[in-house]
Write a protein that binds this ligand. Sequence first.
Ligand SMILES: Nc1ncnc2c1ncn2[C@@H]1O[C@H](COP(=O)(O)OP(=O)(O)OP(=O)(O)O)[C@@H](O)[C@H]1O
Ligand SMILES: [Mg+2]
Length: 224
Amino acid sequence: MDVIKLEGVEKIYRTKEIETVALENVNLTVEEGEFVSVMGPSGCGKSTLLNLIGLLDNPTKGTVDLLGSSTAGMKDSGMSEFRNRNIGFVFQSFHLIPSLNVADNVALPLIYRAGVSAAECDRRVREVLERLGMSHRMKHFPSQISGGQCQRVAIARAIVGDPRIILADEPTGNLDSRMGAEVMALLHELNRADGRTIVMVTHNEEQASKTDRVIHFLDGRQII
Ligand SMILES: Nc1ncnc2c1ncn2[C@@H]1O[C@H](COP(=O)(O)OP(=O)(O)OP(=O)(O)O)[C@@H](O)[C@H]1O
Ligand SMILES: [Mg+2]
């Protein structure tokens, strides 16, 4: 099954003075269980692409189908719910909430989901933090743990709701090479062991070469 299918996708950002064509006629399919890297120079549209796949933004033209469903007619609330259930995000700068401890950061996707009891939420948070080797830091705040640990917590938050799709935007961009390698090993495990589909933006050739497929962008167009 195509987990992600983009057809004729265009994204234009319009402000009063300028129009920026961020993506032009993008056609892309990603199959269930694939791990795909996206590469290209700064400003070529990589984050825009992930935002569209992740339903954080709408295309100006074209269609985005996810898990066999069209997202075109979805209302904002429908998009949020779909995103909450099916998509986990991992960002370069972690995007943890500084005022919440590790456990509460990880719990966020479940708190926004209807029908998850407090006990169930607690159990899943513990389980995922244990898996990622962070259960000993549950009560710490983001400022009290290392960058690599922050990214592991962010990955825990991304998978706590058991999404089929993980979108990672330069997930090792703020980490040293050792921490970066750990995070990459984790993403590969989430792909292989759990069969999650991953789309990852990276500037790192070596990381990209270890994924199933690399797609290259230049000036908003897919070139390979
Ligand atoms: N909210 C926005 N409003 C206007 N223009 C934007 C907006 N977001 C991105 N752009 C423009 O769209 C283009 C693509 O941006 P995007 O962030 O997708 O690039 P990128 O490939 O992720 O770059 P980087 O490697 O630096 O993260 C750029 O020219 C950028 O300036
Ligand atoms: Mg970017």
